[in-house]
Design a protein around this ligand. Structure first.
Ligand code: GDP
Ligand code: IMO
Ligand code: MG
Length: 423
């Protein structure tokens, strides 16, 4: 059963989209299992840049079945804009299936995301304000509207009216915001429902049959381990489970049907939004990495915070996701920045720590312990063979492998499909 999970092993934006797109060429099915349009997965193919938020990154391959699984939260308007964008560029979306159980992001979720962030003041999370958190809140509160409800006119009408009785009170009385009009929402969303209905189905038998019949299935992670609601830097996290365990609940497949779990990391670390970041560089080296790596958010355009590679985080990701291999993207932006540091452990109150701490209080006491390696100069973006890389770059990759106790199977030297070196 050649099933592979491809998961973010830092704070997101590790280049998962590119990696999935490369693997999709030899995949029959690609499945998104968590998050929503907080994700921004960039693919550069044949000179064109695609920025996908909800569509699985297998969409560019006409033979691939693309599934939006039960664990995803779907903003219908955003999904339809993406579908139209693809179709407009001659890319068919006929192989897209949306699970009937996936939850719908409603306009009041988006409003509540912004209002609650504002109310948090200086302690805000720095969310993407796409309504992700409030939608997952409703899912667990058991008042959420699912795709199957969206396409059922009578049920949808009742659910919107019932929800707004409460949501409008919270919006107006707690936050001082503007209430929503049920009829307006129903009218707008009924149009989306009609257009999305042909894509909606129970995706779980399709997936089960695909795995049983030895089809090549890829599970496309969104976000990254440190944004996981339980295993991330809570509360500076997203509201879903980006770790490998999340794939099972987000798709309806059991763990014994997964063969490989590939963690995607960058040769350095980035983070968008607020929260701790032990190896953050607030200096000209951090700026050089940001510029070389074009580290600006795909979804919000915010400059990404940058820092040195953190092997404590990488080891945590290897362990918590049971990674079988690592794709190390974006080592090319490190060229020409001088000596390169790797955080090999943390020092906490005089002790050396190699396990990522579970609380922010403990993390705040941790100081990175760095090892310094030689850097390299020159453009490596056209290198095709590992042994053609500068020796310093080879050493960097080997040291990361050693520290993570996990093999690196591929190295990214540029954003294009042909810019990965397989080991
Ligand atoms: P994702 O959210 O994990 O899919 O990553 P994003 O697409 O948000 O961010 C990664 C960015 O880096 C995108 O602009 C990619 O095109 C780009 N990228 C991916 N791999 C590489 C690489 O190896 N080198 C360079 N220079 N850019 C890369
Ligand atoms: P991909 O799939 C990077 C971050 C936000 C914020 C926190 C919570 O492209 O790697 P949310 O809107 O989810 O409630 O925001 O999570 N965040 C991401 N950061 N990449 C992502 O996705 C992210 N999705 C959410 O910036 O800090
Ligand atoms: Mg991204």
């Amino acid at each position: 059963m050649p099933t592979k999970i491809v998961i973010g092993a830092q704070w997101g934006d590790e280049g998962k989209g590119k990696t999935i797109d490369i693997l999709a060429a030899s995949s029959d099915v690609v499945v998104r299992t968590s998050g929503g349009n907080n994700a921004g997965h960039t693919i550069e193919a044949d000179g064109v840049t695609y920025k996908l938020q909800l569509l699985p990154s297998g969409i560019l391959n006409p033979r691939t079945l693309n599934i939006i699984g039960v664990g995803v939260v779907v903003d219908p308007k955003v999904l339809l804009t993406e579908i139209d964008g693809m179709e407009g560029q001659g890319i068919s979306t006929k192989n897209l299936k949306i699970d009937a159980r996936a939850h719908v992001i409603m306009p009041y979720h988006i409003a509540l995301d912004a209002l609650s962030e504002k109310a948090r003041g200086a302690g805000d999370i720095g969310t993407t304000k796409k309504g992700i958190g409030p939608c997952y809140v409703d899912k667990t509160e058991r008042c959420g509207i699912r795709i199957c409800d969206l396409i059922n006119p009578d049920k949808f009408r009742k659910m919107v009216c019932d929800n707004l009785k409460i949501k409008n009170k919270v919006i107006e009385l707690v936050y001082g915001g503007e209430p929503f009009d049920a009829e307006q929402i129903i009218e707008e969303y009924s149009k989306y429902a009609k257009r999305l209905a042909p894509y909606v189905t129970d995706t779980t038998p399709l997936l089960y049959e695909a795995v049983k019949n030895d089809k090549r299935v890829l599970f496309e992670g969104a976000q990254g381990i440190l944004l996981d609601i339980d295993f991330g830097t809570y509360p500076y996290v997203t509201s879903s489970h980006p770790i490998s365990g999340g794939v099972c609940v987000g798709s309806g497949i059991g763990p014994n049907m997964i063969d490989e779990c590939i963690g995607v990391l960058k040769g350095y670390v980035t983070r968008v939004g607020n929260g701790p970041f032990p190896t953050e560089l607030n200096d000209e080296t951090g700026e050089a990495i940001r510029q070389n790596g074009h580290e600006f958010g795909t979804v919000t355009g915010r400059p990404r915070r940058t820092g040195w590679f953190d092997a404590v985080i990488a080891k945590y990701a290897v362990r918590t996701n049971s990674l079988t291999s690592i794709v190390l993207n974006k080592i090319d932006p490190l060229g020409g920045i001088g000596k390169i540091k790797i955080c090999v452990a943390y020092e906490k109150e005089g002790k050396v720590i190699t396990d990522f701490p579970p609380t922010l209080e403990e993390l705040a006491k941790c100081k990175p312990i760095y090892e310094e390696l030689d850097g390299w100069t020159g453009d490596i973006s056209n290198v095709k063979d590992f042994y053609e890389l500068p020796i310093a770059a080879q050493n960097y990759v080997h040291r990361i492998e050693e520290l993570c106790e996990c093999k690196v199977s591929s190295i990214g030297v540029g954003p294009g499909r042909d810019q990965n070196i397989n080991l």
